[in-house]
Ligand binder design. Structure first.
Ligand code: ZN
Length: 261
């Protein structure tokens, strides 16, 4: 049987039988996948300390014979252990939500190297003192883009005119796929939400930014957090059916602020 080598981030660790574990990964070359780590729960296991949640590891494994069979993990070498997450519950909340989003929305064994790099960059960014709420919004918008679901924030989704060229405050509609200009608002938009210019500027900045450090330079004022949470959340629910309880907690407690502690 051919052995495979890959870089992978640990998304989930589940006990399997009395002695083994199933590790669910998001890997650079194969996307979301699971491997059986035989004997991982034994005291002298070769996997002891080699894999845990949010690690990036180099893994060697034997693929399953078909899609129903688990791959067998042979070796695992941690490249990034992200030890800071063990001491920072705010960062841990953000990492848990981000990995859940990937776990639930990415189909199994569908390669997506740029999404792997995105998750890896986010987990690194959470350690670097960057505004974490900005990182979460950035991550969500980038995940949508990577999946071909970029909200249209430049043109009206109905008439195609550039929003800059239209007067008044546009609406954001998840079902329309982005903004709707004032002139097109005469036809009802049931899920339309008004977008303040400052909120739109933040959305555009995060959508067009690839680096977490740049994403973190744009920080939402407290009054902008609610609208952003609603706009992006509505889009995630409508297009990916992905809105999880952990999201609200992560956004609320991501950063230490005067109002939310
Ligand atoms: Zn229009």
């Amino acid at each position: 049987m051919n052995i495979e080598r890959d870089l992978a981030i640990t998304l989930r660790v589940t006990p399997f039988s009395d002695t083994s574990s199933v590790l669910t990964w998001f890997s650079a070359r194969h996307g979301r996948m699971a491997t059986l780590a035989k004997g991982a729960q034994r005291r002298r296991s070769i996997f002891l300390g080699q894999a845990d949640l949010f690690y990036t590891c180099e893994i060697l494994y034997y693929p399953g014979r078909d899609r129903r069979r688990l791959a067998i993990l042979k070796e695992c070498t941690p490249m990034k252990t992200r030890i800071y997450l063990r001491n920072d519950w705010r960062a841990m909340l953000c990492a848990s939500y981000a990995t859940l989003l990937i776990l639930r929305t990415c189909p199994g064994l569908a390669p997506h190297p740029s999404l792997f790099r995105l998750l890896d960059a986010l987990l690194d960014g959470l350690a670097n003192g960057i505004n974490r709420r900005s990182l979460i919004f950035w991550f969500e918008l980038r995940v949508l883009s990577e999946m071909g679901l970029t909200p249209n924030l430049s043109n009206c989704t109905r008439c195609g005119n550039t929003i800059k060229a239209t007067a008044g405050q546009p609406l954001f509609s998840a079902s329309a796929g982005g903004l709707v200009c004032v002139a097109c608002r005469s036809r009802p938009i049931p899920d339309g939400l008004p977008v303040q210019p400052g909120v739109l500027a933040l959305l555009l900045h995060w959508q067009n930014t690839l680096e977490p450090s740049r994403a973190g330079r744009a920080v939402a004022r407290l009054a902008q957090v609610g609208p952003l949470e609603k706009l992006i959340g509505g889009f995630l629910r409508h297009h990916l059916d992905a809105l999880y309880p952990g999201r609200g907690l992560a956004l609320r407690y991501a950063d230490r602020t005067a109002d939310w502690t």
